[in-house]
Design a protein around this ligand. Structure first.
Ligand code: UD1
Ligand code: CA
Length: 455
């Protein structure tokens, strides 16, 4: 039986932020969400999050049940007196618990689930009182240093600020991830002292009271990067990006200039997708094979079909079906669904629109709150006037209908099938199937009329 406890009560002073540190975003997830997600592989029987600074915000942020299996128990640490003090808060909640507790700092967002599995395995095989995740860092500044005996048993952990110069030469650091046999830890937790530079109760001091305490090194030290300031947050993002891009390239995605792309680790790509330079893929975006995205494109929480091309455009919370061409300079948003083999063109904005297959909206249009059939042709400069100042209204256009250039379609409006709207019309009344609608002043041409100047 494994319980997990994530320490997330600190403010994170070094972030210089009102937001609790663990709520800063790394890609599309917060730091604490990432830590929580990485533990799910262990199927914990209980999940604690220790909260304190602006705890209501942390609780709210984790209330979204999408990504974790069980319920979270929030434990308040009203005063943040250190990581040891944070874990002491679990004592009443875990009274009588006889299993292991995995304790994780809430600011270690790049942990791989496999590493946690390995940590648990070593812990259980050795029947240790505690197993501590460690790493050898080229630049260990700011981390607690771990000192072991020849049996790899931890004898001491000294915070960077409490280290002597000689101790600072040790590059083996504490990752802030520990597995404890709870009954052993519970017994000695009350004995912690706050006699250190910060006058805090350090969780790391439990190594003086537990036996044996075993250290386990991670292979890739980058995965235990702790986030204490904005620079480390940016560095962690770089690491994450490198992993994500390497993975996609290995599965057959082409990134023409990977350094100029950002791809959230929540994005799904199929083989033979090509990502052009300066393109950013975010959230729950899925792109199917053969599609070519970019250059200069942002796609967020959207589904892109096969063999789609999207050029210099923004697509958010929308779907684009197979073979469709989007851009340059299109903005597709608000639950828009574009059918297959469509052409969504230059300087076109679509909001909450259903677009049938083989429909073209190729130039200079705003179409909002509308349903368009198949093989519709929206002429250049066509606008749906969907908002009367109070409410949004719907426009429906049937199959094979055409709007002339510079048409204004004043919603609510229904245009039937095979309709033609004359160029420059302002349409305020419904148009039945097969009609031509013209709604503009007739042209007046006066023959022989010419400005006559007095000279
Ligand atoms: C801690 C470790 C250090 C390790 C490093 C790894 C201690 C004493 N030091 O240092 O050895 O190398 O992490 O990243 O544990 N927190 C609480 N309540 C508190 C204090 C902190 O919940 O009273 C939480 C914070 O929100 C944070 C985590 O504990 O998520 C770690 O705290 P932080 O102040 O970042 O510890 P470090 O100084 O980085
Ligand atoms: Ca930290």
């Amino acid at each position: 039986m494994v319980a997990i406890a994530i320490l997330a009560a600190g403010r994170g002073t070094r972030m210089k932020s009102d937001l609790p540190k663990v709520l800063h975003q790394l890609g599309s997830r917060t730091l604490v969400q990432r830590v929580l997600d990485s533990c799910q592989i262990l199927q914990p029987s209980r999940q604690f999050v220790i909260v304190g600074y602006r705890s209501e915000l942390v609780q709210q942020a984790l209330a979204n049940p999408e990504s974790f299996s069980g319920a979270i128990e929030f434990v308040e640490q009203t005063e943040q007196l250190g990581t040891g003090h944070a874990v002491q808060q679990l004592l009443p909640h875990l009274a009588g618990f006889s299993g292991d507790v995995l304790v994780l700092n809430g600011d270690v967002p790049l942990l791989r689930p496999q590493t946690l599995e390995q940590l648990m395995q070593i812990h259980q095989e050795r029947r240790s009182a505690a197993t501590i995740l460690t790493a050898h860092l080229p630049n260990p500044k700011g981390y607690g240093r771990v000192f072991c005996d020849s049996q790899n048993q931890v004898k001491q952990i000294v915070e960077d600020r409490d280290c002597t110069d000689a101790q600072r030469q040790n590059h083996r650091i504490n990752a802030g991830v520990y597995c404890f046999h709870w009954p052993a830890l519970a017994k000695i937790l009350p004995n912690l002292q706050a006699n250190n530079d910060q006058q805090e109760y350090y969780l790391t001091d439990v190594v003086y009271h537990l036996d044996p305490v075993v250290a386990m090194d991670v292979e890739d030290y980058r995965e235990i990067s702790g986030i204490n300031n904005r620079k480390q947050l940016a560095a962690a993002y770089q690491v994450l990006q490198e992993w994500v891009k390497d993975d996609w390239m290995a599965t057959g995605v082409t990134l023409i200039d990977p350094d100029s792309n950002t791809i959230d680790d929540t994005v799904q790509l199929e083989p033979d997708v090509v990502i052009e330079p300066q393109t950013h893929l975010r959230g729950k975006t899925i792109i199917q094979s053969g599609s070519r995205i970019g250059p200069g494109t942002l796609i967020e929480d959207s589904q892109i079909g096969k063999n789609v091309t999207i050029l210099y455009s923004v697509v958010s919370e929308s779907a684009v079906a197979d073979q469709t061409r989007v851009g340059p300079y299109a903005h597709v948003r608000g639950q828009t669904n574009v059918g297959s083999a469509c052409r969504i063109g230059n300087f076109v904005e679509l909001k909450k629109v259903q677009v049938g297959d083989l429909t073209n909206i190729a130039h200079l249009s705003y179409i909002g709150d509308a349903t368009l059939g198949e093989k519709v042709n929206i002429g250049a400069g066509t606008i749906t006037a969907n908002y009367d100042g109070v409410q949004k209204h719907h426009t429906t256009i049937g199959d094979r209908s055409k709007t002339g250039s510079n048409s204004v379609l004043v919603a609510p409006l229904t245009i039937g099938e095979d309709v033609t709207i004359a160029a420059g019309s302002t349409i305020t009344e419904d148009v039945a199937d097969d009609c031509l609608a013209i709604a503009r002043e007739r042209q007046v041409t006066k023959p022989g009329w010419r400005l006559k100047f007095n000279s």
